[in-house]
Design a binder for this molecule. Structure first.
Ligand code: ZN
Length: 172
């Protein structure tokens, strides 16, 4: 069973991907809240909401069309890379990260998600999976576009942004 030949397996991947994306956006939003950057914090909360809507849509599609979701173990997922596409950048989040960096991380995650869905759409010979994956890929491309526009008007950080002489106690 692979995401390219089984709809429920494909949707299980989409659910994990979107759930992890939402969590990453929550973390990035919290980081921007620490920076008191309300506009970018609100952008990330909104993007987290998109990911959860997407996840819920995949859950609903699974319920309607694919029967029960497979109970996949983490190692049974087949991503294009090792980690699920939208979460791969999560470890790079840093409390000193500027809005520019945060937007770049988010953009990279959206692009990986788009690539994952586009890869499924291009390599599956199941028309229903291809169509669904292509639709999800198009939505990820729209998310990426939003971030590209924000990046265009968010200034580049100065060098040395990660050097904090007085780090707060951050509980991970
Ligand atoms: Zn997305």
């Amino acid at each position: 069973m692979k995401p390219t030949n089984d709809m429920s397996c494909f949707l299980a991947h989409a659910i994990v991907l979107e759930d992890e994306a939402a969590e990453q956006y929550d973390e990035l939003a919290d980081t921007m809240a620490m920076h008191r950057n309300r506009p970018v914090e609100e952008l990330f909360r909104r993007m987290a909401g998109f990911s959860r809507l997407h996840r819920d849509e995949a859950i609903e599609l699974a319920r309607l069309h694919a029967g029960a979701l497979p109970d996949l173990k983490p190692w049974e997922f087949e991503w294009v890379g090792d980690e699920s596409p939208e979460s791969a950048a999560g470890d790079q989040a840093h409390y000193l990260m500027t809005a520019h960096h945060a937007l770049q991380l988010a953009l990279a995650a959206e692009r990986r998600a788009e690539q994952f869905y586009a890869h499924i759409a291009a390599s599956s010979d199941r028309p229903d999976i291809c169509a669904q994956a292509a639709e999800f890929a198009a939505e990820e491309a729209e998310h990426a576009e939003i971030l590209v526009r924000w990046l265009a008007r968010t200034p580049q950080p100065v060098r040395g942004w990660a050097a904090d002489p007085d780090p707060p106690n951050v509980v991970e």
